[in-house]
Design a binder for this molecule. Structure first.
Ligand SMILES: Cc1cc2nc3c(=O)[nH]c(=O)nc-3n(C[C@H](O)[C@H](O)[C@H](O)COP(=O)(O)OP(=O)(O)OC[C@H]3O[C@@H](n4cnc5c(N)ncnc54)[C@H](O)[C@@H]3O)c2cc1C
Length: 307
């Protein structure tokens, strides 16, 4: 039997491709969108980074856009991502961006995504910036790992994401360990078939802890990307007991979610980063945030019906 979380997620993500709903949300739910997305332009995103810096929370800039199917679009996104490093050039705070390989052309040809990612990493390296490759849905995982493997040969300033919900992730973590990877561990935001992903939340939460602890034990830098307070509490106990230095891990959260927790962890002295999405292609990202939490649907409905 399908559990409620999965049923809700499939209902929201299932209609997220419906053009009528998409247009309605575009026209009438902008207020709800601005809770999760910093704006449509890079200057708005940089302003969001600077606001968070006041609370000692660093930013991760993420240009929204994914699953492109033309070279022109992929090259266009690459150029826009390159402009992030120009915009951050003289800034005194840490420079950090997240990218999606399907935004750089992965679905057209992995070589195109690889070439575009190399351009991005080369400029990022010159600017002293770090680049994280987000993990997308299960059909793209293998190709994403292969591209990461190739990039890692030439670059230190690149990291990857593993999703606790995917059955394969534990094995992926072990297989990647020769690269000493900098990994962000997330629960996973996509609707996945049961042969690929654990359907029960309690199992995903258990796997999450296992992946974090294992990557830390292997001595690798780990970004603990969750808003789940009980996991954060357990990780704090684990790092203390295992004498993991603070430089080996950080907490990451999404823009607009649990700002109170972001701020309090930073005040406690932990490294904290917020993922700041911006750009015109916010719809897919926004749908995933709504799908994650039933209470969020209220914002959207309020926007739609109040107009
Ligand atoms: C920095 C960062 C980067 C990410 N990168 C990726 C990626 O590359 N690939 C990928 O598949 N996923 C990514 N994700 C999303 C991730 O997979 C989860 O979908 C998301 O983080 C929600 O899960 P959770 O760990 O917070 O736990 P949950 O158990 O879902 O939530 C725990 C608590 O967090 C709060 N919360 C969670 N989500 C929301 C929300 N949408 N709105 C309001 N409150 C919320 C609630 O209080 C909830 O009770 C990323 C997440 C973060 C924080």
């Amino acid at each position: 039997m399908m559990n409620f979380d999965r049923l809700y997620r499939s209902a929201v993500l299932g209609v997220s491709n419906n053009t009528t709903i998409k247009n309605l949300v575009h026209d009438r739910a902008k207020a709800a969108v601005s809770r999760f997305v910093a704006g449509e332009s890079l200057p708005e995103a940089v302003a969001a980074v600077e606001k968070l810096e006041q609370d000692k929370v660093h930013g991760i800039l993420d240009l929204l856009g994914e699953m492109v199917n033309s070279d022109t679009e992929a090259n266009g996104f690459t150029a826009e991502i390159l402009s992030i490093f120009d915009a951050l050039e003289a800034k005194p705070y840490p420079k950090y961006a997240s990218i999606k390989l399907s935004q750089l052309g992965l679905d057209i040809n992995p070589e195109l995504a690889l070439a575009n990612a190399k351009k991005i990493l080369t400029l990022a390296q010159k600017s002293g910036a770090f680049v994280r490759i987000d993990m997308e849905d299960s059909p793209r995982v293998e190709k994403t790992i292969e591209v990461f493997r190739t990039l890692r040969k030439d670059f230190d300033n690149v990291g990857l994401v593993l999703q606790a919900m995917l059955r394969r992730s534990e094995k992926d973590l072990e297989n990647l360990s020769d690269l000493k990877p900098n990994l962000r561990i997330v629960k996973g935001a996509y609707l996945e078939p049961e042969d690929q992903a654990y359907p029960e939340k309690v199992v995903v939460d258990h796997q999450y802890r296992r992946l974090v602890y294992r990557n830390l034990e292997l001595g690798n830098h780990t970004a603990i990307a969750t808003h789940d307070e009980s996991i954060i509490k357990d990780v704090k106990i684990f790092v203390e007991k295992s004498k993991i230095p603070p430089s080996q891990f950080e907490f990451q959260m999404l823009y607009g979610i649990r700002r109170d927790l972001q701020k309090s962890l930073a005040q406690e002295g932990f490294n904290v980063r917020a993922y700041i999405p911006y750009g015109k292609d916010w719809y897919a990202y926004f749908s995933r945030r709504i799908a994650e939490r039933p209470a969020n649907i209220a914002f959207v409905l309020r926007g739609l019906f109040q107009g």
